[in-house]
Structures are given as C-alpha cells and as structure tokens.
Design a protein around this ligand. Sequence first.
Ligand code: NAD
Length: 475
Amino acid sequence: MKIASIINGAERIDASAETMEVRNPYSGALVAEMHLAGEKEMEEAIENSLQTFHTTMKTMPAHERADILLRASELLEEKKEEFAEIIAVEAGKPIKHSRAEIMRSIQILRFSSELSKHTAGEVVPMDAALRGDNRMGMVKRVPMGVIGAITPFNFPLNLSLHKIAPAIAAGNTVIFKPAEKTPVSAYMLAKLLKDAGLPDGALNLVLSTGVTAGTTLVPHKDVPKITFTGSLTVGKIIRDTAGFKKVTMELGSNSPNIVFEDADIEDAVDRLVNAAFGYSGQVCVSAQRIYVQEGIYDEFLKKYIEATNQLNIGDPMEEETDFGPMIDENAAKRIQEWVEEARDQGATIETGGERKGTMMYPTIITNVKKDMKVVKEEAFAPIVTVLPFNTEEEAVENTNDSIYGLQAGVFTKDISRAYRVADSLEMGGVWINDSSVYRQDNYPYGGVKLSGLGREGVKYAMDEMTEMKFIGVRL
Ligand code: NAD
C-alpha cells in the first residue's frame, strides 16, 4: 500500500519524493510506504487551505457542517472494523482497544456535528456601563481560519479527530500533520471525510516529518492557530517558534493515583492494571505513580502483581490480547534502561523488567525514590511504581511533587476526603473512584504545569478554535 498527502482533494504521489516505511511494531511486516511531503507541498497546502477558508468554509451554514460531520460518523461506524485493524497493525494496539478508540472517535464526530449548530455568542447588557444607554452589544464566535493540527501516534484516530472535528464544526480549515508512525489511519480518515461531503481543501493532509512541520507550518503567517498533542520536548520547540499565534498543547505526564485504606481494593486493582498497562502504557494519562496507604499496601501490592501477571500478552490482532508491543524497539530499549537504572539505585522489580524486541513486559517497581527517572519523568511505557504513604497530607504532597499535572485518580469511599483531595491536587482533571487513564470526549481535558496549555473535549476545543468578535450598535 502506498500513501501520500492529500491536498485540495488530490493525492500527491510523487515518484521522486522521499519515502518512509510504516511497519507493524509486533511483526515487523511492512504496512505501507509513505510519500513524504516537503516544504513546497506544505506551503501549497497552507495556501489552498486559506483560499478554501475564504471561499467555502467561512460561509458554509452550520447545518451543512453538521450534516457532513454526522455523515462522517455514520461512515466511520460502517468502516469501524477496517479502521480498528489498521490501528492494530500500524500502532501495535490490541484490537479490542483499537475498537474502543474507533467508538470514541465516532462520538467525537457526533458531538461535533451537534455542537456545530450551537456556536452561540451572547448579548452584552451595554446599559450597565456609564454612557452605555441606547447602545446594543453582541459577541459572536467566529472561525479563526487555517488551523495547524499536529498529532501523536498513540491514539491516531481519536486525538486527530479531537482537533479536526471541532475545527470543522466551527467553520475553519485544517492542515493535518499526523505522526510518522501512524499515517495510514490519518490517510483513511482524510478520505472518509471527503466521502462524507467535506469540500476539497477544507482538510489538507500533509504527510511530512516533524521537522518540516516545525519549520514551515508552525511559524507560518497564514496559520493563526496550532493545536498540538505530543511530547513536552516537541511542545517546547513549537511554543518557541509559534510566536504570537494561539497554541493548544496537550503534553505528557507521570500520572498519579492514590488508593486510600477505605477503598474497594479489588476494584482499584482492576482499574489500575488497565491504567498502567493499557496500550503498553503509551497513554498520556497512564498510571505511573500509585500511592497506596500503608494499612493496605501489602495486600494491594500482592493483588496488583497477581492481576498484572494475568494479562494476555501477544499479537495485537488476536481477540484475547490485552497487551502488545511498544511503538518501536528504541522506545522499548529506552524504558528497559530506565528500569535497570532504578534497579541499580536500589529499586525492586516486582514483576516484568524484561524486553524482547519491541515488547517490554508489564513491569511493577517498588522501593523507589522520588528522584528516580521511573518516578519523576514521563515513562510513556508499561512500567508503574507503587509507593506507600501514611497521611492524606503526605499523599497530596507527593502527588503534587511533579512538573506535570494532567489527570489523577483517587480511590476512597469517604466523600469529604474525596472532594478535599480533588481540590488540593494540581491537575487539569481528577477522577474519584476511577483511575487517571479514564477519559470521555465531552469534558474539558488538558493539563496544568508542563502538561499543557488549553483544553480539548469538543465544546472546549471549539472555544479555542474560534475568536470572540464584538459588534456594537449606537441606536
Ligand atoms: P512527539 O512529540 O514525538 O510527536 C508528536 C507529533 O509532533 C508528531 O506528528 C511529530 O511528527 C511532530 N513533531 C516532531 N517534531 C516536531 C517539530 N520540531 N515541530 C513540529 N512538529 C513536530 O510525540 P509522540 O511520541 O508521537 O507521542 C507521545 C507523546 O504525546 C507523549 O509525551 C504523550 O504524553 C503525549 N500525548 C499527550 C496527550 C494529551 O492529550 N495530553 C495525548 C496523547 C499523547
């Protein structure tokens, strides 16, 4: 399979273009060959997106945008197995988790379709101000123009749609730059949106390297907004080169979860196994630090190790597989080195710790210190640390001791403590009696500290992809 950028509705297969192979992280089999776009194609795509914004999207009525997005959700429903299979082979995500990603993606399209009809503004009570008598004032929400959307490999469809669908719902055009590891689902998505009736040029897919996007798309004068999901390292580069334009940043974390003595231990164990090892921990809100109150620490750890050892490890395409490979061997090698470093510094590897090619086995680490990499840096891998604590204050202090603040989980039956702790945590989101990894697509999602800037979740992304325009009338 050969894939290429799609600009103004036309596929840009260029025999002389540089190519990149997309390989199945589990088997190593070739999935696709991608024709890489260069700066010239990126420039062309931006020019076309700007033109399409002015000629088509800016004036397209909301009911038409809603119909296109609804039709796209129906088409995705029809093709859900095809999309799930491609995510399983290009990203190495177990098929059951790939299917769950598709179901969430369908919902994003539906929410976007519904909300495209509700970009309401407000009427300002002008006479509340001195000299405001006989004046009317209203605020409209207007699209921004060309949105640059740069996405990561780990939820290639869901996270791309978190940018593309709200952007279209609000009447913008989009330059879509997906991750190099997972361009096939992106290519299929661009085609699906075209089939759903999205005009050519409203979504231009540019399959380039990150560097091309960084030098051409990010600083471009005709792109007023960049929405990025990815690592802190790249986020910092983008922030530095974006200048005055608006940026949304969905970055990483070393997500904490706190289990108090009164929690339902079996339930916490069950949810935290998935939270730490789902998609091999390659999730921005993956559980990396689990703080367990001393009275239940031994019991929790024993049950947690047992439950982790029950995971079905293997081929992502097998129905029973819970746990598959990492995205590539370098990622697996890096995390194995971190685990070895922690062991050398006195940590105990309770289970896992081994690696075979791209497969890093589910790893639980105890006796850790807060300065170890496995605790303080984003692991983005199937490793988790379990740490004891004594008091509520200590749990809150340890949890907040991080440069990140994306999402946390708190397990307790004490409602007062639940709210107290939720209020004390420096996080974009806190789940009570669920883990840090749980996410729905309709609430404000994003981080504080170095976990990001701005929020996604369809309504909130639309707010960030529109400008408020005030119109006043002297009667
Ligand atoms: P990454 O930062 O390596 O790449 C993300 C995207 O940025 C890719 O499309 C890449 O090509 C592009 N890129 C690379 N260099 C660039 C540059 N100089 N300028 C512009 N674009 C550039 O991230 P990844 O490995 O694909 O994803 C993993 C990271 O994403 C983790 O840190 C994870 O926590 C984070 N993430 C965050 C969220 C969230 O919602 N907060 C969700 C998923 C993943």
